[in-house]
Design a protein around this ligand. Structure first.
Ligand code: F6P
Length: 322
């Protein structure tokens, strides 16, 4: 019998609980012990572990967030603290650690392997869908659902008042939520993170709509490096082009809520494969979805920098919003 642990790290995302549940029950089914680590790497350093029974992960499938809680740990970037965490894992006779999170969390997990050869498995969980090596990260679908639902509601006002709306969605480096939300809500244009705003293009979109009698327009803005960039765009549209607009920042409502069936399914498959991968562990792996299949990839593939901008979909948004 072996003992394994699981933690969630970085921004929470809907479906993380489904992955914890599948991981825990798969290992208990095979006769192993499982610990949950509270509050991500902070809890790992503190040795804050709770023994999980099959019933401990009951009734969490439908809940958003992570019942283990999460953190963005600065300390874990320092080898001194990773050593403390490693000692805590050893003291509890833990043989392997599964980490659900984004690329920052994966860097931490891989460092634990590189420093101490401690077995780790990564499970991609972030609403941003921005990890290279996997086509999907747990929580993305639910976040897009939430954003599209919100834009549908705002569209009612955009139409009723002939207004231009700048609707800001999450994604510090990732354009994925913005592009999908724009496509699925019929937005007139999309502003990507970390790119200069093309005002001429935005104004043209508004004019194009006006020429066929549509005065309201919806622009989806990816937040980029800083939440609230829509207010700068709003000011410039007014000052340089005399265009009045309203801003709506969707913010953390995109991170919460009950996971969609798609997220429940993928998270369950990923949690299951993570558990199975520990039972035949040879080297650290990340569970990923590639070409519709749940499989494994190396950490190096999943830690490569890749902004992954979906230019094809941007082209579609422009062409069909005429
Ligand atoms: O988890 C990803 C994400 O929601 C990004 O889209 C966003 O930029 C960031 O986290 C916000 O982080 P927090 O509010 O947790 O500091």
């Amino acid at each position: 019998m072996s003992t394994f642990a699981i933690l969630t790290s970085g921004g929470d995302s809907p479906g993380m609980n489904c992955a914890i549940r599948a991981f825990t029950r798969t290992l208990i089914f095979s006769g192993h012990k499982v610990y949950g680590v509270k509050k991500g790497y902070e809890g790992l350093i503190a040795g804050d572990f709770i023994k999980l029974k099959a019933s401990s992960v009951g009734n969490i499938l439908q809940r958003g967030g992570t019942f283990l809680q999460s953190s963005r740990s600065e300390e874990f970037k320092d080898k001194k603290f990773r050593k403390i965490a490693y000692d805590k894992l050893k003291e509890s006779n833990i043989d392997g650690l599964a980490v659900i999170g984004g690329d920052g969390s994966f860097k931490g997990a891989y460092a634990l392997w590189e420093d101490f050869k401690f077995p780790v498995i990564g499970i991609p969980g972030t609403i941003d869908n921005d990890i290279s090596g996997t086509d999907y990260t747990i929580g993305h679908d639910t976040a897009v659902h939430t954003a599209v639902d919100a834009v549908d509601k705002i569209r009612d006002t955009a139409f009723s008042h002939d207004r231009v709306f700048l609707i800001e969605v999450m994604g510090r480096r990732s354009s994925s939520i913005a592009i999908k939300t724009a496509l699925c809500s019929g937005a007139e244009n999309v502003v990507l993170p970390n790119q200069e705003v093309d005002y001429q293009d935005l104004v043209q979109s508004i004019k194009r709509g006006e020429s066929r009698g549509k005065k309201g327009s919806i622009f989806i803005v990816a937040e980029g490096a800083r939440e609230g960039r829509s207010y700068d765009i709003q000011k410039n549209l007014q000052a340089k082009y005399g265009i009045s607009s309203r801003v709506c920042i969707l913010g953390h409502i995109q991170r919460g809520g009950s996971p969609s069936p798609h997220d429940r399914l993928i998270a369950t498959e990923m949690g299951f494969l993570a558990a199975e991968s520990f039972l035949k562990f040879d080297e650290p792996k990340v569970i990923r979805q590639k070409n519709g299949q749940i499989s494994t990839a190396s950490f190096s593939e999943c830690l490569a920098n890749d902004d992954g901008i979906d230019f094809e979909h941007i082209e579609v948004i422009k062409k069909i919003s005429i």
